[in-house]
Design a protein around this ligand. Sequence first.
Ligand SMILES: *[C@@H]1O[C@H](CO)[C@@H](O)[C@H](O)[C@H]1NC(C)=O
Ligand SMILES: *[C@@H]1O[C@H](CO)[C@@H](O)[C@H](O)[C@H]1NC(C)=O
Ligand SMILES: *[C@@H]1O[C@H](CO)[C@@H](O)[C@H](O)[C@H]1NC(C)=O
Length: 387
Amino acid sequence: MQCSWKAVLLLALASIAIQYTAIRTFTAKSLHTCPGLADAGLAERLCEEGPTFTYNLSRKTHILILATTRSGSSFVGQLFNQHLDVFYLFEPLYHVQNTLIPRFTQGRSPADRRVMLGASRDLLRSLYDCDLHFLENYIKPPPVNHTTDRVFRRGASRVLCSRPVCDPPGSADLVLEEGDCVRKCGLLNLTVAAEACRERSHVAIKTVRVPEVNDLRALVEDPRLNLKVIQLVRDPRGILASRSETFRDTYRLWRLWYGTGRKPYNLDVTQLTTVCEDFTPWPPALMRPSWLKGKYMLVRYEDLARNPEEDEEIYGFLDKHKVPASVRNSATRPRKLRFRLSYDIVAFAQNAQAGLAQLGYRMAASEEELKNPAISLVEERDFRPFS
Ligand SMILES: *[C@@H]1O[C@H](CO)[C@@H](O)[C@H](O)[C@H]1NC(C)=O
Ligand SMILES: *[C@@H]1O[C@H](CO)[C@@H](O)[C@H](O)[C@H]1NC(C)=O
Ligand SMILES: *[C@@H]1O[C@H](CO)[C@@H](O)[C@H](O)[C@H]1NC(C)=O
């Protein structure tokens, strides 16, 4: 069983603060090619209505955060979401998957993957262009008069929950909690949301649905975008521990193993692969390909937990100002915790996982090493952007 790394990766792609200042203006020019959609039923409609760049992108910074569950993505999302200059969307690619995947068996075949990626790239392009109408193709039921109550996790986006996009009666300048936002804001007017997007200097999108940076090369190299990538990774042993705490029923047998010291005969070993199934053995971006120069940053969950300066690094990469205090002290900040797994389980997981070392995660060689908090399993590494 090979365990690759994609799933531990949180990437944020963000704009290139490249050295030249050429002003690139692309107006009403469609780059749309729709390659992957050729085999999908939706192809014709979507390609005809493919994203067209109408907005002046030259001054915006585009950020893509690629994440996995339990990888600290909530926190990194908040780094951007809490900032008033940022238009932040939480997982808009959900709509692509939700619309396209039921048409296929599993969504895992190479053909499905191609379709998903092609559609996802098109959607990302249009969203970075502050065009929310292209997204409507994927919302079910389809929005009427460009309004909908079905945008996935609207409440996770501060802009979509505050004025003027949300204007609940009786409220002044409040910031709504996620649930309140959905209850109080009423229908989302996508035209108003798009205007709010245009007013901001940064567009940040978080997703767990893009498997690896290489899949985004076309976007990174698109001269109309100012895209920067931050990739968040987490020790898969920590993910396993965290998931078995959070998804207690699903990971019941792992907890039984931990509790009794005996490996249950019916342990679903593929759950370990699930932790890793989206991983690539080694983030190709760490090979430092020239097309990622200045546009890519890898962030380890463990560094976010132990080192608040990491926030500043991320902001520095994106040419942003000081990290707001509300973010610094956020309850979603990853906690510095030694994972609680038995040595048997850790050894088992380590054997299954290639690529630990390259990201600076040390194998625990013995039970003593595992239990001794003075022995760090995370080595110091510098993953700052390369140029
Ligand atoms: C885009 O921005 C440039 C530079 O600020 C400006 O000259 C141009 O008129 C803008 N184009 C549109 C369509 O707004
Ligand atoms: C959509 O807008 C049209 C034109 O303004 C209006 O006639 C129609 O009633 C609206 N539909 C809904 C469901 O609000
Ligand atoms: C959405 O907002 C736009 C711009 O303010 C407005 O013209 C339009 O009527 C609104 N749509 C609905 C359905 O309220």
